[in-house]
Design a protein around this ligand. Structure first.
Ligand SMILES: [Zn+2]
Length: 69
């Protein structure tokens, strides 16, 4: 089972475009394989349509805090 807690820091759903300073929206969120709860988040600009990929620590994971089974 998973327990979700309120107040954890999730990846921001918007970003500022480095090209035109417009608002970018998330188009894709993908977990990165073989890493400890890292997620790759892709943003796309509404104005100039450029894309930006950022990596975040997934709020649902707690590395080194869970007992191995
Ligand atoms: Zn832009």
């Amino acid at each position: 089972m998973t327990s979700l807690k309120m107040g954890v820091r999730a990846p921001p759903t918007t970003a500022v475009c480095p090209n035109c300073r417009s608002e970018m929206a998330v188009t894709q969120v993908m977990p990165i394989l073989f890493t400890d709860g890292l997620e790759s988040v892709t943003y796309k600009c509404r104005e100039c349509r450029s894309e930006l990929t950022r990596t975040f620590q997934s709020p649902g994971s707690k590395p080194a805090d869970l007992p191995m089974t």
